[in-house]
Design a protein around this ligand. Structure first.
Ligand SMILES: [Zn+2]
Length: 82
């Protein structure tokens, strides 16, 4: 079964995380959000430890979850993440 981009339906190379035709890169977008949550969690660990711990765990899960994201099934930016 051919792998095609969810955004533009162009065929994707095996193992790639980014569509070369339209630049759809959901893995990178998810990883950025996870990194952002983790970066926010560090100062919160000092200011508000319970919230900081929760945010750090969420950030880690998002980073791990980015492993399962691929441009075959997801379109980056469709839900306006920043
Ligand atoms: Zn594409």
């Amino acid at each position: 079964m051919p792998r095609t981009c969810a955004a533009c339906s162009e065929p994707l190379e095996e193992g790639t995380g980014t569509c070369t035709a339209c630049g759809n890169a959901p893995k990178r977008a998810v990883r950025k959000n996870g990194g952002l949550a983790f970066a926010l969690a560090i100062p919160l660990l000092f200011l508000n430890p319970p919230i900081g711990v929760i945010l750090a765990i969420v950030g880690l899960f998002v980073l791990l979850g980015s492993w399962f994201v691929s441009p075959v099934g997801q379109v980056a930016g469709s839900n306006s993440q920043s």
